[in-house]
Write a protein that binds this ligand. Structure first.
Ligand code: ADP
Length: 888
């Protein structure tokens, strides 16, 4: 099609630009697609932003004039691709159409915004990632807390919760990190917590009164057609209610009508799940790899063997919110176990599920009026499979299996209706018709035959008239001005019946029309138009028909998603030789025991086939802290992460990469790992480390699992050791009594903790020295490692020989405790080391000056106040120092 571009001219003061500015004024936070002829044009700041995101040319209206306006444009028929890019980049777009025919308009064409597309409200397939959720969040800050609503327009999911008291902001951030909303609504002028501003989504400020609770109550009642909200449960009150109202209002605004497919709001229960905070989700690479932020390399990617998008999204949800109650976890594991055993049934279910489309999202598209003919056909094909899937699931005996089977509604009537209504491969849009089957609607069939058989009707008529009038030269023709006519050459014009009406005289012939021909003409010409309009009406009927089954369709979709997830977990367990974890309920010892555990991602990736499994035993008592030493690259991080991942997988209801696992559930996993670069947030590496450590110390409970991968690295050695030591003591004996901790450190000094504190066990990841070479065995074994091998690892990494030799020399001095007069380690060989006066007591203590330490201990002890047990302990500590010194 030839594209025409309107050529209005003039700066911002022309009538057209005035119209533009007025409409833009109503949508200041959206990029306005302003329809002009065959283009959507963007002006001023919008044009600058859009040109950059879309990589299209930025031009100006009225080049050279003072009031030149920046502009850029896109052809309307290619708008979808551009729209997708803008929305995925987090922008809101308002689409402004010409709402009257330019040919008929008197003066300026009327224009209106017909649709607003925002990142958190889209339902179109092309604007969404099929395997990820797309939430809109509404955050309602009040004094002392927050209300939160999360709505997923693309599936109808609707959740609310409130956060109060200490840590409200961090719990809000955790929930936002789990659901990753694409857009966050906030009241205008409300400053969010830092964490909120860093939530993934686009921030949209709306008027504060939209969060009003009374208004919210009314909005919700209207949306769900209920007289009272009490049926939804007690969670729908206070700031959460205000947030829910704001989210619903916004969806209604954007879609032009309140969404009809939302499920009743449910609460987000954090006390029933294993809480994974944003750091932990990131550090453990649950959803995406830390290296490049992509899905590949994440736990989710390794575990996702689902065959449907709804299944893939459910698996993600299960992984970010693993369970806590043993009963619920075992229910899931029972189903996985049953499906592991049912190899053939599993294969059949998966084969059927592959035929099923994303019903959840199709239903949402119908509810919001954006579904097309192909959605209807996909739904019809999926519905056909439902009874077959249900039939297969009926063979399952586990409780959850039976439950999943019950969730799938066969919906025979709807299925038959769609089957009879639709052709099997319709065009993508309703623009040209051709969506409905013959026999679905009598009028449509007639119209169709009129358009397709129009020529035949005319030639039949021509033959009939020829015979009736006996005019051999008679023929039917068509021109734009007179439409269809009967043409008779001058030689035969005397034979023309009287009833014919003369329309046009040519040199050699006359042209006539008849009533019948006029009638036929009208039918043929309007048939095409009417046919398309009728198909639209019929599609609306179909939409209503589907709308009536929204509830059962959504439940069935959830059932299919569950069937998919659990068969996929069984497939995973089977293919990857995973074992069922055994859960210990109310275990006072808080045991976690892993035999031959593996790292689920690494064993599949680079080190597949050579991955070395490791055991672990930890509990809330005498084995509550594992200090793990060993050189860099030995496998400390891998080991600790695999323990955390195994716990998370198990509590999500999956089998795990190990030979055997016994586990009492973990309420939170905390991780402090490496130096994640948050410099962009204005925090130095060390600051981040300390903030994360503080968060752990303040929040870990007796049931938590804490992973500390190096602490105190970002500061000087002595500071670092001191902090690491104190943190370890706090975790052992401070407020989070008995929380289970895996602590990897290159500070050897920390292994001494085991000598002085109960509950600490030393482990190391073994290596062998082979001449000058190091061999990494990746085996975790009891006992402290003898040295840190840092220099050998440096050599392995290619440090020049001179540097390696020099480093060994300096290390030699340090290890012989050579300090200068200022108490600093002597780095130059040959200079005799002495303990300088400036050296602090604690620093010296750390260098195993056993005798000195023993004297200090004696000096410090208040003999009168010591209990017999404390006295014995003191004696034991002195003895251990002595042993250490002798060993040295
Ligand atoms: P560390 O934390 O001790 O510096 P990492 O855990 O980062 O070491 O491990 C370094 C590398 O060693 C990993 O990237 C992996 O390739 C390999 N590795 C670690 N553990 C194992 C294992 N159990 N089996 C095989 N290879 C391993």
């Amino acid at each position: 099609m030839k594209q025409t571009r309107s050529k209005n001219s003039g700066g911002t003061s022309t009538p057209m630009m005035k119209q533009y500015l007025a409409i833009k004024g109503e949508h200041p936070d959206a990029i306005l697609f302003f329809r002009m002829g065959d283009f959507y044009e963007m002006f001023l700041d919008d044009a600058v932003v859009a040109a950059q995101v879309l990589k299209i040319a930025l031009t100006t209206r009225d080049k050279g004039k003072d009031n030149a306006v920046p502009m850029c444009g896109i052809p309307y028929h290619a708008a979808q691709g551009y729209l997708t890019k803008l929305v995925q980049a987090g922008h809101k777009v308002a689409i402004c159409e010409q709402v009257e025919d330019p040919a008929l308009a008197k003066g300026l064409v009327r224009r209106e915004v017909t649709r607003i597309v925002t990142p958190g409200t889209v339902v179109e397939e092309t604007l969404l990632d099929a395997d990820s959720p797309s939430y809109l969040a509404a955050v309602n800050p009040v004094s002392g807390g927050y209300g939160l609503a999360l709505v997923e327009a693309s599936t109808g999911e609707f959740m609310v919760t409130g956060f109060e008291g200490d840590g409200a902001a961090s719990r809000l951030a955790t929930t936002l990190a789990q659901y990753e909303p694409r857009e966050v609504l906030m009241p205008e002028g409300a400053g969010g917590p830092d964490a909120l501003l860093h939530a993934a989504g686009h921030l949209t400020a709306i008027e504060k009164y939209r969060f009003n609770q009374d208004a919210a109550r009314e909005t919700l009642k209207r949306s769900f057609g209920v007289g009272t909200l009490s049926g939804f449960g007690t969670h729908l009150t206070g700031p959460a209610l205000g947030a829910a109202g704001a989210a619903l209002w916004y969806l209604g605004e954007v879609h032009g009508e309140p969404p009809g497919h939302l499920k009743p709001p449910r609460t987000i229960q954090d006390d029933e799940i294993l809480v994974l905070d944003p750091n932990t989700l990131g550090n453990l690479e649950i959803l995406r790899s830390a290296t490049d932020g992509r899905r590949e390399g994440s736990l989710l990617a390794v575990m996702d063997m689902t065959v449907t998008h709804q299944g893939s999204r459910l698996l993600r949800e299960m992984l970010i919110r693993p369970l806590l109650q043993v009963g619920q976890i075992d229910e899931r594991l029972d189903l996985v176990e049953e499906l592991v055993g049912e190899v053939i049934l599993r294969g059949r279910i998966r084969k059927k599920l592959r035929q099923v489309s994303d019903i959840e999202r199709i239903v949402a598209r119908f509810a919001s009026g954006t579904a097309g003919p192909r959605d209807a056909v996909s739904l019809a094909q999926s519905l056909e499979e439902l009874p077959r899937v249900k039939g297969l699931l009926a063979d399952l005996d586990s409780d959850l299996g039976e439950q999943v089977c019950r969730m799938i509604h066969p919906l025979d009537e709807l299925s038959a209706y769609l089957e009879n209504a639709l052709v099997s491969s319709p065009p993508a849009t309703l623009r040209e018709g051709g969506v409905f089957r013959e026999g679905h609607n009598v009028e449509l069939d007639e119209l169709r035959s009129l358009t397709t058989d129009g020529r035949k009707f005319l030639s039949d008529m021509e033959a009939r008239e020829k015979e009736a009038t006996r005019i051999p030269s008679l023929k039917i023709g068509f021109n734009r001005v007179f439409g269809y006519y009967l043409e008779v050459t001058n030689a035969h014009k005397e034979m023309v019946p009287e009833a014919w009406i003369r329309k046009q005289t040519l040199v050699s012939a006359e042209r006539y029309i008849t009533e019948e021909l006029k009638g036929l003409e009208e039918k043929i010409l309007s048939a095409q138009e009417r046919m398309v309009a009728l198909e639209r009406e019929l599609f609306e009927d179909l939409r209503r028909e589907i709308g009536r089954s929204t509830g059962p369709l959504q439940v069935s979709a959830r059932g299919l998603a569950m069937a998919d997830v659990f068969t996929s977990l069984a497939e995973l367990a089977h293919c990857s030789s995973y074992a069922r974890p055994t859960f210990l309920e109310d275990d006072p010892e808080g045991r976690i025991s892993i035999t031959q555990g593996r790292h689920p991602v690494l064993e599949k990736g680079g080190v597949s086939g050579t991955f070395v499994p490791n055991d672990l035993y930890i509990d809330s008592g005498l084995n509550r802290m594992m200090i793990i030493t060993g050189p860099n690259m030995a496998g400390k991080s891998t080991f600790m992460r695999q323990v955390a991942l195994i716990a998370i997988m198990a509590q999500a209801g999956s089998f795990v990469p190990a030979r055997e696992v016994l586990i009492s559930p973990v309420d939170r996993v905390f991780t402090r790992v490496g130096a994640s670069d948050q410099l962009a947030r204005g925090l130095s590496t060390f600051m981040v480390e300390m903030v994360e450590t503080a968060e752990i110390l303040n929040n870990a409970t007796g049931r938590s699992l804490v992973i500390l991968d190096e602490i105190g690295r970002g500061t000087s050695t002595f500071d670092g050791i001191s902090i690491a030591w104190a943190v370890a003591e706090e975790l052992l004996e401070g407020s989070p009594r008995g929380c289970r901790t895996l602590f990897a450190t290159h500070y050897h000094e920390l292994t001494e903790l085991a000598l002085t504190r109960e509950g600490v066990k030393n482990y190391n990841v073994s290596i062998r020295e082979w001449g000058e070479k190091l061999v990494f065995l990746h085996r975790v074994q009891e006992g402290a490692s003898d040295k840190s091998y840092g220099i050998s690892v440096g050599k392995l990494a290619g440090l020049p020989g001179t540097v390696v030799t020099r480093a060994r020399e300096i290390l030699g001095n340090l290890e012989s405790h050579a300090l200068d007069r200022e108490g600093m380690p002597v780095l130059v060989s040959g200079e005799e080391g002495v303990y300088g006066e400036g050296a602090s007591e604690s620093q010296m203590g750390l260098f195993n000056d056993g005798t000195r330490n023993i004297l200090d201990m004696l000096g410090d002890a208040d003999i009168d106040a010591l209990s017999p047990l404390e006295a014995l302990n003191l004696l034991a500590r002195m003895k251990k120092y002595k042993i250490l010194e002798t060993d040295d």
